[in-house]
Design a binder for this molecule. Structure first.
Ligand code: PFF
Length: 451
């Protein structure tokens, strides 16, 4: 007899796992900057609309496929569309999260180093060149990258309940507490209000088509869509869980965390009189500079905030990387009959290797380029600009056009038992069949042609 598959202990545990996947580096290093750049409150409005009209339906498509089949991405396609070309979607969504995991864990490793540095007392005399020197020298980034993946794999290898559920139960509340403490400090700094204005002052003239596309792309990345993580987590949900409520809860927590991160970071950036930037530069160059500047006035306070901040980044990155790792582990356990331990070791080996090469692309492998990009940048662009949108497109087409409408409704409403879901179903189905495919296709093509 087949072994019974584990389930999350409660629907809250499932929401926490999904929110853990969603809340990550994307909320901290991209959202605040993008918001400021693209029209403040006007951008937030579009982002909210995109999250609930576009991303939530995609998330629900993944959830209902996963929950209906109790299988990971590959098994789900085999169950719902046996021996068809849809198996390639199953394959693709096993591979994409592992590619993301590889470069994501490099950044996770950097965060560990910064946490350790903060505890040890700072970034040295020349804080502005710390990052460039650190990443160019292979050994420490590699060491921390390894540590980060080991931590990820250890949690996953312990299983859904004792590993992932237990970890998220502690880390998600911890993350919110950390970010609120940092935000309170940041907002108390002289000049902080400029940062608040940067985030919330609505400027509708900045809402260009490319800003709108950026809002949608950010929403995909932030909610971990199109790469099978949500599908895989949903496959461990119970039949009586409410998919709509869990999906909306996940999107809500992700949004709130992104806003808190914005109010934690931008006021400090403006208080220090610095122009905000995006990406690694914002977190790993600008912020340490700010902490060291503040350290002149109150060394202990600035050091404590720096420690808490980099701890928050490590934890946020871990809750996301765990979800990526689980996709590959589920595949090997379900489809190849591996034990969870053995599957975790295999995934460790594969992602460690690709990640190590990504890490070295800041130093010895800098000259090795694919389509003009270093391996790290290539993996980032390939996944966030193409694979996530492409996967999302295929998932909505699958649910909207391949699955039987009655089956979709059945899963969405738990066999007709959920009244509210039943009433919302026609809207959901219309969005999935017509609106989402058209919009995702436009985003995909604009990424392809304009980037
Ligand atoms: N949502 C994560 C973030 O905002 O950092 C990134 C992510 C997690 C992407 C899991 C993809 C994924 F499968």
């Amino acid at each position: 007899m087949a072994k019974r598959r584990e389930k999350f202990g409660s629907s809250l545990a499932a929401v926490m796992a999904m929110a853990g996947s969603a809340i990550g580096l994307g909320n901290i290093w991209r959202f605040p900057y993008m918001t400021g750049q693209n029209g403040g409150a006007a951008f937030i409005l579009v982002y909210l609309l995109a999250a609930f009209i576009l991303s939530l339906p995609i998330m629900l498509c993944e959830s209902l496929i996963g929950r209906r089949t109790s299988s990971g991405t590959f098994g789900a396609m085999e169950k719902l569309a046996p021996r068809s070309k849809w198996k390639y979607l199953g394959f693709l969504t096993v591979i994409s999260p592992l590619v993301i995991l590889s470069y994501y864990s490099v950044v996770g490793g950097w965060s560990i180093d910064y946490f350790v540095r903060s505890v040890a007392g700072g970034f040295g005399q020349d804080v502005s060149s710390y990052f460039a020197l650190f990443v160019a020298n292979p050994s420490r980034p590699l060491l921390y990258h390894t540590l980060f993946i080991v931590a990820t794999v250890l949690v996953v290898s312990r299983g859904i309940k004792s590993g992932i559920e237990s970890f998220n139960k502690i880390s998600l509340p911890l993350l919110f507490v950390l970010i609120v403490i940092i935000m309170t400090y940041s907002l108390s700094l002289p000049g902080a209000m400029e940062g608040v204005k940067y985030l919330v002052k609505p400027d509708f003239s900045k809402l260009t088509p490319s800003a709108i596309a950026a809002a949608m792309g950010q929403s995909f990345f932030s909610l971990s869509l199109g790469v099978g993580t949500i599908l895989t987590y949903a496959s461990y949900m119970k039949k009586q869980d409410n998919l709509l409520r869990s999906g909306a809860g996940t999107a809500f927590f992700d949004m709130v965390f992104a806003l808190l991160a914005g109010f934690a970071i931008m006021p400090a950036v403006f208080a220090a009189g610095i122009e905000p930037g995006a990406g690694p530069g914002l977190i790993f160059e600008t912020l340490p500079f700010i902490f060291s500047k503040m350290g002149l006035a109150s060394p202990i306070l600035s050091r404590s905030v720096s420690i808490l901040f980099f701890l928050a980044i490590v934890v946020a990155a871990l809750t996301s990387s765990i979800s990526m790792c689980e996709v590959g582990v589920t595949y090997l356990v379900d489809e190849k009959g591996f034990s969870r331990k053995k599957a975790s070791i295999v995934i460790f080996g594969a992602t460690w290797l690709l990640g190590a090469l990504c890490s070295l692309s800041f130093g010895p492998l800098e000259q090795f380029k694919i389509l003009g990009k270093t391996l790290f940048d290539f993996c980032d662009h390939l996944t966030s600009d193409y694979l996530m949108t492409f996967g999302s497109l295929l998932f909505v087409i699958f649910v909207g056009w391949k699955m039987k409408k009655a089956d979709v409704r059945d899963e969405f409403t738990n066999g007709g038992r959920l009244g509210v879901s039943g009433r919302i179903f026609p809207v959901f189905y219309f969005l999935v069949r017509y609106v989402a495919p058209a919009v995702i296709l436009i985003i995909f093509l604009s990424n392809l042609l304009l980037k």
